[in-house]
Write a new protein. Structure first.
Length: 175
């Protein structure tokens, strides 16, 4: 067994990425405070080839050195857009046929393991602030809430880890 060289990984160029078929998912980041989390989510979004990221409220936008540290260039491949409020982003997404899914611990949430994609679904995944979660104003626009089952002493995953877990779950259903 040997480690593969970068040249053997068959990675897309930025131009090829931009014209490739995407997973019909938009990530909505509602008031994230950590630039490292924002960068990590860009990198994960590139990895799963999602459509776009909406950065809302206090969430920082590229270009920024702290985002670039973890994004490793993914801000060049993944399309993004900024909104002053998460609710504005979700209103636009609803008008264009997206199902709004909050990833949050809420009453009546569905365990991610029980969430099933329907054919043709276009999804907007909303992730909230690292301390306060998704804002109440933004939550008024959701269609469903999913929660990642957890079994330890902590009450939450890091938001970038959560994004990776949810995207992997959706990707597995799409192939």
């Amino acid at each position: 067994m040997r480690k593969l060289k970068n040249s053997e990984l068959c990675r897309l160029s930025v131009e090829e990425f931009k014209t490739s078929v995407k997973l019909p998912v938009v990530i909505v980041l509602d008031n994230l405070r950590s630039l490292n989390n924002v960068g990590s989510i860009f990198r994960t979004a590139d990895s799963f080839r999602i459509e776009m990221i909406y950065l809302c409220g206090i969430t920082a936008t590229p270009p920024h050195r702290e985002i670039q540290k973890t994004a490793l260039g993914a801000t060049e491949s993944v399309e993004w857009r900024y909104f002053t409020k998460g609710s504005e982003a979700l209103e636009l997404l609803k008008k264009t046929g997206y199902k709004i899914i909050a990833v949050e611990q809420m009453e009546h949430s569905i365990g991610l393991n029980n969430y099933k994609l329907s054919p043709g679904d276009k999804l907007a995944l909303v992730f909230g602030n690292e301390i306060d979660g998704i804002s109440d104003e933004t939550l008024q626009h959701i269609d469903v809430c999913v929660e990642i089952p957890q079994f330890g002493t902590k009450h939450s995953f890091n938001v970038a880890v959560s994004a990776g877990i949810v995207l992997w779950h959706l990707y597995l259903q799409s192939i």
